[in-house]
Ligand binder design. Structure first.
Ligand SMILES: *Cc1c(COP(=O)(O)O)cnc(C)c1O
Length: 394
């Protein structure tokens, strides 16, 4: 089937809720993807931050093959080894909490919000979230997402959500009350434009939650699993959440989400209160176990930290040259290039030249290279962006 035939099939049978580029991707390998017309594309935003250790990592593929030959899925009426193993690996690399598994970031956040309500007294029903946040597309997580554009046509929202400006301690204090069940934020806002939390901000959330008996939730769906050069984003900020959620990079390309909660909080999630049919299935968990092992065997955390600095330096050099770049910010391999004008066309032109990056909030280019990328690949990516910016300024 050629590109046009595939597109025609989509037009006829797939709901058009995505603005798709006219390319059919047929293969992914490491830092590259290939389209049906034979183009090779350097992927600096692999799978929307999902394929963080590259496309089709051999360890993940091997683990999937092996697991598929033994057991794909068994319901949570029973125990299965991969799920327990994954929970252990995650717990040991975070704050020692217990895990609940599901299939996506939104679902992990739903679980976190429900657990916060279940763990706190019934008069606590409010959730504080930050402007510019992104927490998912289900009704509760969309309501938690404090961006009006995501609410259009869907009012009224769920009650109980209070929005505060990100990184504003005074506003946070003012919004707090005994009715607050939880505060949920991303340590680094992703879709919101790579906005990094101030250490004092996260620590203020911790203090206010402790004082009032509320639950601190960190949404690590995008920052988790090594992206920032540490296992989890919060580990840069000298603070520990009560609940943390993850998804995207966790399965190496296989759908999986997880919520981790401190043991005393986790104890409030008893049988009957929450569940997910596919959650913790053997195949997805085996993939995630392989992801964690691959990160460790390849020393990819250290590499992500170092390569992230290298990438930022290179982009910073571009800033000296192109006035359209206002600033470069990020932690590890989660990098945003703030432009002074819209960047969608730049992203499209980069793709024409064989580079995939992303643009969010209309003026922030997102670079989220795979953790296995080399300096040469970063150089290549930055050179392409350089060429596109030079052409566009003419
Ligand atoms: C992508 C994302 C989500 C939603 O994850 P889905 O798997 O699309 O449901 C939630 N929070 C953050 C921070 C994200 O980046």
């Amino acid at each position: 089937m050629n590109t046009q035939e595939t597109i025609d099939m989509f037009d006829k049978y797939v709901i058009a809720n995505y603005a798709r580029l006219p390319r059919v991707i047929v293969k992914g390998e490491g830092c590259y993807m290939y389209d049906a017309d034979g183009n090779k594309i350097l992927d600096m935003f692999p799978g929307w931050a999902v394929s963080a250790i590259g496309h089709c990592h051999p360890k993940v593929v091997e683990a999937l093959r092996k697991q598929a030959g033994e057991l794909l899925h068994i319901d949570n009426t029973f125990y299965s080894e991969p799920q327990g193993q994954l929970a252990k690996l995650l717990s040991e690399r975070a704050f020692g909490g217990k895990c609940f598994f599901c299939n996506s970031g939104a679902e992990a956040n739903e679980a976190a919000l429900k657990l916060a309500r279940l763990h706190t007294p019934s008069e606590k029903y409010k959730f504080i979230t930050a402007e510019g946040s992104f927490h998912g597309r289900t009704l509760a997580t969309m309501t938690a997402t404090a961006q009006p554009k995501h609410h259009e046509g869907l009012l009224p929202l769920l009650p109980g959500f209070v929005y505060v400006p990100f990184n504003d301690v005074t506003a946070l204090e003012a919004a707090f009350s005994d009715e607050v069940a939880a505060v949920m934020v991303e340590p680094i806002q992703g879709e919101g434009g790579i906005n990094i939390a101030a250490k004092e901000y996260l620590q203020a959330i911790r203090r206010l939650c402790d004082e009032s008996g509320a639950v601190m939730i960190l949404d690590e769906v995008q920052t988790g699993i090594g992206r920032t050069g540490k296992w989890f984003g919060y580990q840069h900020f000298d603070v520990e959440p009560d609940i943390m959620t993850m998804a995207k990079a966790l399965g190496g390309g296989v759908a999986i989400g997880a919520m981790m909660a401190k043991e005393e909080v986790a104890a409030s999630l008893v049988p009957g209160k929450h569940a997910s049919t596919f959650g913790g299935n053997a195949l997805a968990c085996a993939a995630a176990v392989a992801v964690i092992e691959a990160i460790e065997e390849g020393n990819l955390l250290e590499h992500a930290a170092e390569l992230g600095q290298y990438t930022k330096d290179k982009l910073e050099q571009l800033r000296q040259k192109h006035f359209i770049i206002e600033s470069v910010r990020g932690v590890g391999l989660m990098i945003g290039v703030q432009l002074t004008s819209p960047g969608t066309e730049i992203v499209d032109k980069c793709l024409e030249k064989g580079l995939r990056i992303n643009c969010t909030q209309s003026t922030v280019l997102r670079f989220m290279p795979p953790m296995i990328a080399t300096k040469e690949q970063i150089d290549q990516a930055v050179d392409i962006l350089d060429a596109v910016l030079t052409e566009s300024s003419k």
